[in-house]
Design a protein around this ligand. Structure first.
Ligand SMILES: [Zn+2]
Length: 327
């Protein structure tokens, strides 16, 4: 390589790094990124790293399935450059976002990113016929997207619970952010590579931890987990749709208990927002134990570590209950 060429290369590099720097400052001040739910917010935060932060819409212990947009959300949405969501199927409130978007805003639906592995919702399938409860009781807050009849709503939107999907989403997030702020592309790329490496580690840890309870039957209240079950070879045998705040009638209780016993479920899992007394009354006399799972991270603090924490807690809580049951 000639000295001349080296000099040109050097000047080019200096120019790129100065340009990159000013671009980074610009992005810090102006690139407004909005994310719908905590697990996705964590992935976006990992890709952004120290270049900036993203706004979260569904914070606290709110459920993405029943969330209603607030006036402050509408302001965030109107000012956004990029909005990341999973899908309307899992976040019905995002159906209203389109009307609020400014022309420059890009709405990214991660569920449809190339490479995402999707599964059909289980209602109506074999899962339904041997366990899911009757349509008459469908007044529950956790009964997602039943009012959507487009093709997409047939897909189960809890895609982030498969770590392989989380890696695809990291790639997509890095791609979109890089297009938004080209000067930070290398940073986004490097951040997503290290985030994917952490997810590989997470996935193999969970696989190892859950292996001893693989195949043991259990029941959930909110049918959110098929991505997690498939990846880690778990055996959920049914979901029970009940309104977590309203105790079921005596007749319904005995029907639910009969179903739990028939499926030989060793554990019945509720969620942080569910009334523990309702769960206790359902499992009474069935021999099943109860546990709590938090697939949307409602009880966790938002931030870059939330995704890993959510996945590890799911694994820990599934294992803690199932390990005490008969294989
Ligand atoms: Zn859900």
């Amino acid at each position: 390589m000639s000295v001349m060429l080296l000099r040109r290369l050097f000047v080019g590099l200096v120019w790129v790094s100065i340009f990159g720097l000013s671009d980074a400052r610009l992005a810090h001040a102006e690139g407004r990124i909005v994310v719908t739910i905590k697990p996705i917010h964590a992935l976006v935060a990992q890709v952004m790293g120290s270049t900036g932060s993203a706004d979260l819409l569904v914070g606290g212990n709110a459920s993405p399935h029943t969330y209603q947009l607030k006036p402050s959300d509408a302001r965030k949405i109107a000012a956004a450059d990029v909005i990341f969501r999973v899908s309307e199927a899992v976040e019905p409130f995002t159906g209203k976002i389109a009307a609020l978007l400014s022309k420059r805003t890009e709405l990214v639906t991660l569920q449809t990113a190339p490479g995402i592995m999707t599964l059909m919702r289980r209602e109506g399938g074999p899962f339904d016929s041997h366990f899911h409860t009757e349509a008459a009781s469908h007044s529950t807050a956790h009964d997602h997207a039943d009012d959507h009849d487009d093709a997409n709503s047939a897909i189960d939107g809890h895609v982030w619970l498969d770590p392989a999907n989380a890696k695809v989403m990291l790639d997509e997030i890095a791609r979109v952010l890089s297009k938004q702020t080209p000067g930070l592309a290398a940073t986004y790329q490097a951040n997503s590579v290290s985030a994917k490496a952490r997810i590989d580690q997470l996935s193999s840890d969970i696989e190892r931890d859950l292996a001893p309870v693989s195949g043991r039957p259990y029941v959930v209240f909110h049918d959110a987990y098929q991505y997690f079950e498939k990846r880690f070879k778990l055996n959920v045998v049914g979901s029970i749709t009940v309104n977590p705040d309203v105790p079921p009638s005596g007749k319904r209780l005995s029907a639910l208990r009969a179903r739990i016993m028939k499926s030989r479920a060793g554990c019945v899992f509720g969620e942080p927002n569910f009334d523990a007394k309702v769960i206790a009354s359902i499992i009474e006399g069935t021999g099943a134990r109860s546990g709590v799972l938090d697939p949307e991270g409602t009880s966790l603090a938002a931030g870059p570590n939330l995704y890993e924490q959510l996945m590890r807690e799911l694994a820990t809580n599934v294992k803690a209950c199932l390990a005490r049951t008969e294989p």
